[in-house]
Design a binder for this molecule. Structure first.
Ligand code: FAD
Length: 260
């Protein structure tokens, strides 16, 4: 895939400037760049992700009221486990388990090389400076665990001034507790990554004339099927866990389809 992308890249001109605004213009799309240049194109492929695309759409269409997107915000568990299945996947510093079911994903961090005072600080919130000289290798069962599942996706809304509001979580969203039980992880502390600080922004929606549109549909309707999204904004649902390579493959496939 890499060599195919590099081959294709040679056919394109690289412009080191940001897209500010897009407009329909004489059956084409007029793109305004931050260096004040304007480009007229037959087709436009956006890959600026949810925040970048939101800024472009707010600038381009004054009728857009707000946008919304999902951020995948894993639980961060400070725990103790000696589960054989988890440990089997644990490499020197970092390992992952991605069951075929694909409905959850666990990142397991080996804490053995972390300074003992840091480790205790993460777990308890108290500083133990006198332990700075020691590492944590004699605490092999202590782990940082991240759990991603279908319910770790948090929805937020972006206003035109780019302020945001987070949708309240349902009270019964405790799916991760089943996973902790399954792997017999004794939990010391659980936190959840905050919206906006998560890892996989996706599912961009646009509110216009009091109606919500998924991003692809909004662009089809208002930009005459000439603007296409290649980034994860237009993925309504993504699997939990690392997603970048999948997104690159999706982008590559979509580009090929639209350039035919
Ligand atoms: C802390 C962190 C760790 C992560 N770790 C992993 C990991 O280990 N494995 C994994 O698979 N994924 C990881 N991810 C997720 C991964 O980064 C994203 O899933 C992936 O980058 C999404 O790709 P994208 O093309 O949709 O958007 P992006 O990679 O965000 O690309 C958008 C690009 O558009 C540019 N842009 C924005 N606005 C404009 C504009 N107006 N004009 C022109 N360009 C613009 C931006 O500068 C950016 O380069 C991590 C994410 C975070 C935040």
């Amino acid at each position: 895939m890499r060599s195919n992308i590099l081959k294709k890249k040679k056919k394109f001109i690289e412009i080191k400037s940001q897209v500010v605004r897009i407009q329909n213009f004489d059956k084409k799309i007029l793109v305004e760049l931050s260096n004040k240049e304007k480009i007229l194109c037959k087709k436009l492929f956006l890959a600026a992700n949810t925040i970048g695309n939101t800024k472009i759409i707010f600038e381009s269409d004054k009728g857009v009221q707000k946008t919304s997107f999902l951020d995948d915000c894993p639980y961060l568990i400070y725990g103790v486990t000696n589960n054989r299945v988890l440990n089997k996947f644990l490499s020197k510093s970092y390992s992952v388990i991605a069951p075929k079911l694909n409905n959850f994903f666990i990142s397991l961090y080996n804490t053995n090389k972390i300074n003992l005072s840091f480790l205790l600080f993460y777990f308890t919130g108290y500083k133990f400076n006198f332990l700075k000289k020691f590492n944590s290798k004699f605490l092999p069962f202590v782990k940082f665990i991240q759990i991603w599942d279908k319910k770790t996706k948090i929805q937020g809304f972006l206003e035109r001034d780019m302020s945001y509001l987070v949708k309240d979580k349902k009270k019964d969203d405790n799916h991760h507790l089943d996973i902790l039980n399954l792997f017999k992880i004794y939990t010391v502390k659980i936190t959840q990554t905050k919206f906006g600080e998560g890892f996989h922004y996706h599912n961009l929606k646009i509110k216009k004339n009091n109606k919500w549109y998924i991003f692809d549909n909004y662009m089809k309707k208002y930009f005459n099927k000439r603007v296409f999204c290649l980034d994860s904004s237009s993925e309504e649902e993504i699997n939990p866990g690392p997603f970048t390579i999948t997104q690159m493959a999706i982008a590559y496939k979509k580009l090929g389809q639209h350039l035919k």
